[in-house]
Design a protein around this ligand. Structure first.
Ligand SMILES: NC(=O)c1ccc[n+]([C@@H]2O[C@H](COP(=O)([O-])OP(=O)(O)OC[C@H]3O[C@@H](n4cnc5c(N)ncnc54)[C@H](O)[C@@H]3O)[C@@H](O)[C@H]2O)c1
Length: 277
């Protein structure tokens, strides 16, 4: 059974520790906080060196601070066994920024959504030095604890999930500031439309189905143009390229089957939410 060292036991570290322990891993936590309490089945180590000594995986969840991560990963590269993967929960700092001057071949970001023992996504983001073997190892590791890893091939600030969240938050703040809706009504708009939709189909499959049997092309060429002047993409988006990418992803599946699956799953989400109200 694998051993995982959890460095930093705040909001994210404690949630990871719980998930890893629930999957039967040996978990060693280290954090200087005086009020440290760990989930059942988790061990506490006195130092980083002790926590990582026989680790197969290290999940770092210290402060989101470049200097902290630089100093810590320089230590980890020296102290963890040579085969151990060194993973950071960093929300915005890419690993290339904290591996300059050290061997970063097994260092990469494994960014969860809070709380990681509940939400399945882990954004796996290799840095400039990370090997493909390390990327594959991280993907296997997160799958083994029931998560859904997605590999991202460029280190953009904030990665993907938080950039999407930020875009929506920006527009939400604007609509409230403009007096279009109250915060509560804006939340209701989301929880009774986009929330359940996006729990089952993402923005691209959702738009593809929104176009009916004509798919994303129909939506982009007809409805998209007239939606309150909103466009799909940015001013520099090549519409044909985007349409082709979405058709490559979903065009081979029949519309009725995809739409039926979307409806069934959305209803299941709505029913579950209603039942737990
Ligand atoms: N909170 C979120 O929603 C969220 C989501 C995803 C990723 N993250 C990322 O996870 C990381 C941790 O975030 P958090 O919200 O858990 O922060 P937090 O402030 O709750 O926890 C950070 C912990 O690190 C500990 N720490 C400080 N110095 C240390 C050291 N030398 N060795 C070991 N531990 C040390 C602190 O005592 C604290 O308990 C950050 O990089 C953050 O960007 C946060």
């Amino acid at each position: 059974m694998s051993t995982v060292a959890v460095i930093g036991a705040g909001v994210i570290g404690l949630s990871w520790a719980r998930l890893f322990a629930e999957h039967g891993l040996t978990v060693r936590v280290v954090d200087p906080r005086p009020d440290l309490e760990v989930p059942a089945g988790v061990e506490v180590s006195a130092t980083v060196e002790e926590a990582v000594r026989d680790a197969d995986f290290v999940q770092e969840n210290g402060p989101e601070d470049l200097e902290f991560k630089k100093a810590l990963f320089a230590e980890l590269v020296e102290q963890a066994p040579a085969h151990a993967l060194l993973l950071s929960s960093s929300s915005a700092i890419p690993s290339t920024a904290f591996t300059g001057g050290i061997d970063g071949s097994r260092v990469l970001v494994g960014h969860p959504f809070n709380p990681p023992h509940v939400l399945p996504l882990v954004e796996v983001v290799p840095g400039e030095q990370t090997t493909e073997e390390s990327v594959r190892g991280a993907v296997e590791f997160y799958r083994s604890v029931g998560r859904t890893p997605v590999v991202e091939r460029k280190e953009v600030p904030g990665f993907v999930g938080n950039r999407l969240q930020a875009a929506l938050s920006r527009e939400a703040a604007y609509l409230v500031e403009q007096g279009v809706v109250t915060p509560q009504d804006l939340d209701t708009v989301v929880t009774s439309s986009l929330g359940p939709r996006w729990a089952t189909v993402g923005p691209f499959l959702g738009a593809h189905l929104g176009g009916g049997p004509g798919g994303y092309r129909h939506l982009a060429e007809h409805i998209g143009r007239s939606m309150a002047g909103l466009r799909l993409g940015t001013p520099s988006t090549d519409p044909e390229r985007l349409i082709k990418a979405v058709e490559d992803a979903y065009g081979s599946s029949a519309y009725p089957a995809l739409a039926e699956s979307r409806d069934r799953r959305q209803l299941a989400v709505l029913t579950a939410v209603e039942e737990t109200r």
